[in-house]
Design a protein around this ligand. Structure first.
Ligand code: GLU
Length: 307
């Protein structure tokens, strides 16, 4: 990790509903990491999907973060307002001859011809890389060519991770056929322009890190440090999600104080040895990444919902 430079972390929520506990935990860890070293925290609304997100959800999200005591220093422009900025980065890729139009339909992409990985994702086999006769009248998505190279990094929580984009991902879509830029491009540009030095988020995004590292290199941004925090699971092993409405913040705020909620999360994650109500500020005083294990965190949701 670099020394002598102020740490810059970020919250990058998608304002598509009330935060659930997994989101709260990821936000708490991002906050603790930055605050424990007097860094700067950036808030950014990831609202590329304008169908699912709204300004109302964004304002509730801000209120929830404030209620939790997880304040931020600056809020940067929401992604939905930045398509011209993303255009400029798209052109950089185009000028380097790294882009090509892709006309594959959803069903072609999911067909048996595409090798599927164990997690259900597919490797794009490069069908349109050298297309001679593009179909007329259809708008293409745009893909960036990926090199046959292994991307490696040491995640602060998950340890060493490596991924070869050519064999485990394939050429990546950077702009969809409807003109909307994809998450990987937007996040790389936004984190890079905000000077983010550490990315703390849920474990489900671990395999996005090498994709973003590749784009960072193409755009001339430094790689941040990564920490992918474990998922929260119910005692029966189920992943807590936005569907667990009884565990979203709207309900939990009526039952618990912020200190009680943070205390439950901190205890389940091993940040404190026994349950007690505790504020994020108090937790930051003794925070260390060493305390967090990489495996799933089982949360006794009954403790949160009983009253
Ligand atoms: N917007 C994503 C989410 O809400 C997080 C993306 C990121 O942290 O890179 O899950």
């Amino acid at each position: 990790m670099e020394t002598g430079k102020r740490a810059v972390g970020r919250f990058a929520p998608t304002p598509s509903g009330r935060m659930h506990l997994g989101n709260v935990f990821a936000a708490l860890m991002a906050w603790l990491s930055v605050r424990s070293k007097d860094g700067l925290l950036v808030l950014r609304m990831e609202d590329l999907d304008t169908q699912r997100t709204s300004a109302d959800f964004a304002s509730v999200l801000r209120q929830d973060l404030e209620w939790l005591g997880l304040g931020w220093d600056i809020e940067t422009e929401p992604q939905s307002c930045r398509s011209e900025v993303y255009d400029a980065y798209f052109r950089k890729l185009e000028e380097r001859g790294l882009l090509y139009p892709c006309y594959c339909t959803r069903s072609q992409l999911h067909s048996v011809n595409a090798p599927h990985l164990s997690d259900g994702t597919y490797v794009y086999p490069g069908t349109c890389r050298n297309l001679k006769n593009p179909p007329a009248g259809r708008k293409p998505a745009w893909r960036v060519k990926v090199p046959d190279k292994v991307w490696e990094f040491t995640d602060l929580v998950q340890g060493d991770y490596r991924l070869n984009l050519a064999t485990e991902c394939g050429d990546m879509v950077v702009r969809r056929a409807d003109g909307v830029y994809v998450y990987q491009l937007a996040v790389t540009v936004d984190d890079g322009e905000a000077g983010v030095t550490e990315v703390v988020r849920g474990m489900d995004l671990l395999s996005s890190a090498p994709r973003q590292m590749y784009l960072q290199e193409l755009f001339g941004f430094e790689h941040p440090v990564y920490a992918h925090v474990p998922m929260l699971l119910a005692p029966d092993g189920r992943r807590l999600s936005k569907r667990d409405l009884d565990l979203d913040l709207g309900v939990l705020r009526q039952r618990l104080t912020p200190e009680e909620l943070i205390g439950h999360l901190a205890f389940a994650a091993g940040l404190i040895d026994r349950y007690e109500g505790i504020s994020a500020g108090e937790l930051a005083r003794n925070f260390s990444w060493d305390k967090l294990r990489g495996d799933a965190i089982y949360l006794d949701s009954a403790a949160l919902t009983q009253n």
